[in-house]
Write a protein that binds this ligand. Structure first.
Ligand code: V47
Ligand code: SF4
Length: 363
């Protein structure tokens, strides 16, 4: 237990008081936390919040990722996954191929996570058809599909609004949106790393619309590239404000930038300590988002385990087949079994709890 005097010596006494009283932290508080030289003090504060919300429980889900295409018109600088149409290594999975992956996988997933690049001309009917078939054959699996960026792209191709696009996909079985595509909201930085992508306001608007249709969503932040600490805090603040307004974010996923095969060169790659601090500060700033995910694919399994002591409460899932992080150099496994997830969670002193995609506990 770290003493109050020690927090005081680090300039964090006021923040300790606010965290104890469950009061909202200011952006200035966030800056102090990022500047604090003692990561264990920041982690202890985040752990207080994590324990208040979830006790000793750490969640996991039996899920499966499906990436339906890597053909993408956006050309984000950091992305090692996307290819141009006709380029070697480009692919598209049709409805049957997606179904085959689900039929032949090692488990019956409770959550199917479907995302892909922004393909130049796949029509909305292609996705309605695929979701409808998956929903029909796997009615117990929650379909979490398409980032806000893809939703806005489908809407543009179809010449309809993003709200209408969401409604049509919901009618075909869409239950949740994943959190990808948020990257970093600060306009100047976003313009440098993903100039063609849906802008920040658009990303937040699509999530607001999803929330209005009672589709819950996740949110992310890509960090450790060229963004500043102020950019990170601004990002967390915009998410917190959106959550105050529309309330449908379930889980925040901090994504450390993986540098391999990326056109974005950076001077200061993240250390493990930087990653843990960003996770802890996210837990502390996002007082209105229930869950923080330690996404083992991007963090590595060992770092994800450590993150559970720095504010994270969800270990994500079995995943089965992941391409976005692995094409960018992720050294983590492709898949984990239920047994491995449970052992890893127990191994760091937490109680594993299986959840569904909406974080309902499965008994
Ligand atoms: O939007 C792309 C990121 C995201 C790299 O909602 C990279 O439950 C690191 O959003 N290094 C996709 N990150 C992944 C994602 C996600 C993952 C797991 C669960 C959920 C959820 C969402 O991956 C992209 C982008 O921000 N990304 N390239 C890279 N080189
Ligand atoms: Fe396309 Fe997504 Fe890669 Fe950007 S991050 S180039 S939108 S696949």
């Amino acid at each position: 237990m770290i003493s109050k005097d020690y927090f005081k010596s680090l300039g964090l006494a006021e923040i300790l008081d606010k965290v104890t009283a469950a009061e909202r932290l200011s952006l200035e508080d966030g800056r102090k936390l990022f500047e604090c030289p003692d990561i264990t003090a920041v982690g202890a504060l985040a752990s207080m919040v994590r324990h208040r919300l979830h006790g000793n429980r750490t969640f996991y889900v039996l899920n499966r990722h499906i990436n339906y295409t890597n053909i993408c018109i956006n050309g984000c600088k950091f992305c090692a996954y996307a290819r141009e149409r006709g380029e070697e290594g480009s692919f598209i999975l049709d409805r049957e191929q997606m179904l085959e992956k689900l039929r032949n996988g090692p488990l019956t997933p409770r959550e199917v996570h479907i995302v892909g690049g922004c393909h130049p001309d796949l029509p909305l009917s292609f996705f309605e058809d695929a979701l409808g078939a998956i929903h029909n054959e796997f009615p117990d699996a929650v379909i979490k599909a398409f980032t806000a960026v893809e939703i806005a792209h489908f809407a543009k191709i179809e010449g309809i609004s993003t709200l209408e696009t969401l409604k049509r996909l919901k009618n075909s079985g869409l239950a949740m949106l994943p959190g990808g595509g948020a990257e970093i909201f600060a306009e100047e930085t976003r313009e440098k790393i993903c100039p063609r992508k849906l802008d920040s306001k658009g990303w937040l608007r699509v999530h607001e619309e999803a929330h209005s249709l009672e589709l819950s969503t996740n949110c992310t932040m890509l960090f450790g590239h060229i963004e500043s600490i102020a950019d990170r805090l601004d990002h967390l603040d915009r998410l917190r404000k959106q959550q105050d307004a529309s309330g449908g974010f379930n889980c925040f996923i901090p994504l450390p930038f993986l540098t391999e095969n990326s056109k974005l060169t950076i001077n200061d790659p993240l250390t493990g300590i930087d990653e843990l601090k960003a996770i802890a500060v996210s837990r502390l700033m996002l007082d209105n988002i229930p869950h923080i995910k330690a996404y083992w694919v991007m963090l590595s399994v060992k770092q994800a385990q450590t993150a559970l002591h720095f504010g994270a409460d969800d270990f994500d899932g079995t995943v089965v087949e992941e391409k976005i992080g692995h094409m960018a150099g992720a050294k983590s496994e492709q898949a984990l079994t239920r047994g491995e997830l449970e052992e890893m969670i127990k191994g760091c002193g937490f109680k594993p709890v299986e959840r569904d995609a909406r974080f309902n506990e499965i008994s």
